[in-house]
Design a protein around this ligand. Structure first.
Ligand SMILES: NC(=O)c1ccc[n+]([C@@H]2O[C@H](COP(=O)([O-])OP(=O)(O)OC[C@H]3O[C@@H](n4cnc5c(N)ncnc54)[C@H](O)[C@@H]3O)[C@@H](O)[C@H]2O)c1
Ligand SMILES: [Fe+2]
Length: 385
């Protein structure tokens, strides 16, 4: 067996409705601390969704600095401004309460507020030299798994997505309350759920760091997500489907935090960066086409995943692998989200630029089971067009 290392968040609390007791829970976790920075976005703040959580924080003596100006695919200036506010307030604990965007900003605040490094100095893998403030994550989407990953993604400059990857970004505590996800609209449920499925799939083919624990988590993630995604789309109030999606997304996060994602994400990032599409939708648009490109090199893994998601699975590996890809394509179709680049305002003339930008995602491309050249990327975008 290959030697491996597996890291994850030490404490998980999974409980429907637990946001209503958030103040008490954090009291137990951090006795003696009182200045808390809550990082969320404007929509969640205005929607009232997080009001019960905020009320319980107040009732339990937490002095809250509320940062609610996170936007999807957060630009670096938002992080820098938020860090300066949190520093002036002398915050002692950081809580990410929202989708991947809010949780990613929370991670960076926890590092930047007590530290001496600038945001630019920590881009890349393992560039953080200091520690961080106590950090808690509470997702409101079942998608990114950011609550258990050591990854934070920001938009640098106008359009490029850059990652910070470092063990310091793993939270002390992740709290999963599926009640927070019951109001997520169909399209967002689909896109975030497919993002989570892609995390599981790419973890299974991750070229260097895939290991028995990440495989086990990714397969279970895919099993849970594939059986509940359409249920959650069709009936947002289906508690079992929402709970299972949130758990599956977390398993997928634990998997890809240790066995990193690859070409689907590398080709999705330029779509999100340039055209401001939701992260999960960008992934869904290229998913079947990247998998068809990979299939010859990943046939055994895709066949194994076919056995996880499909009822009759007694064929030869190549047939199974192809059926797995077809299955994913039909699931994306059933969710009703757009399926072609041309359907989301991307022109044929934009494809070479996308291919050029995808090549910048070297951190991700090295994990792909098959090397991807710029010409390959362009061919994949053409297939997705
Ligand atoms: N750190 C990681 O490991 C990791 C992994 C994958 C993606 N990402 C990043 O995460 C971001 C995407 O995160 P996301 O997909 O969770 O979306 P998001 O956080 O960008 O939120 C998208 C939209 O959904 C809304 N929303 C969130 N929860 C809701 C709810 N319960 N009900 C109604 N609306 C709700 C938000 O207000 C926002 O308008 C991207 O920046 C992506 O690059 C990070
Ligand atoms: Fe993702």
């Amino acid at each position: 067996m290959n030697a491996f290392r597996f890291q994850t968040v030490p404490t998980l609390v999974v409980e429907y409705g637990v946001a209503r007791r958030l103040g008490v829970l954090l009291r137990e976790q951090y006795p003696g601390l009182s200045r808390l920075c809550v990082v969320t976005d404007g929509f969640l703040r205005r929607s009232g969704l997080i009001d019960p959580a905020l009320a319980d924080l107040e009732a339990n003596g937490w002095q809250v600095t509320l940062i609610d100006d996170v936007i999807a695919d957060p630009p670096e200036q938002i992080v820098v401004d938020a860090a300066s506010r949190a520093r002036s307030a002398g915050v002692e604990v950081v809580l990410g309460l929202g989708g991947g965007s809010s949780m990613d900003v929370a991670k960076l605040l926890a590092v930047l507020v007590p530290g001496t490094q600038t945001l630019q100095q920590i881009y890349g893998v393992k560039q953080i030299t200091g520690g961080r403030l106590p950090l808690v994550q509470m997702p409101t989407t079942a998608g990114t798994g950011s609550e258990v990953t050591a990854v934070s993604i920001v938009t640098t400059g106008a359009k490029t997505k850059t990652g910070v990857v470092a063990p310091q970004l793993l939270a002390d505590l992740a709290i999963l309350d599926a009640e927070l996800t019951t109001g997520l609209p169909r399209a967002a449920t689909a896109a975030t759920g497919i993002d989570a499925m892609v995390h599981a799939i790419e973890a299974c083919t991750s070229a260097h760091l895939k290991n028995p624990v990440s495989d086990m988590l990714a397969q279970q993630a895919l099993r849970l997500l594939s059986r509940h995604l359409l249920r959650a789309c069709d009936n947002g109030a289906d508690r079992e489907a929402r709970e299972t999606m949130l758990l599956g997304a977390m398993f997928a996060g634990q998997a890809f935090a240790n066995a990193p994602v690859a070409a689907v994400h590398a080709l999705a990032y330029p779509i999100g960066g340039i055209f401001h599409l939701p992260h999960g939708l960008s992934n869904a648009l290229v998913l079947p086409h990247v998998l068809r490109f990979n299939v010859a090199e990943a046939v055994d893994v895709y066949a194994q995943l076919a056995r996880v998601v499909l009822p009759e699975a007694d064929r030869n590996p190549r047939e199974l692998a192809d059926r797995f890809i077809d299955y994913l394509e039909s699931m994306i179709k059933a969710t009703g989200i757009p399926r072609r680049l041309r359907d989301v305002g991307i022109g044929e003339a934009d494809l070479p630029r996308l291919a050029q930008d995808a090549m910048l995602q070297t951190r991700l491309l090295v994990n792909n089971p098959r090397p991807v050249t710029e010409a390959d990327a362009l061919a994949i975008y053409r297939a997705a067009y």
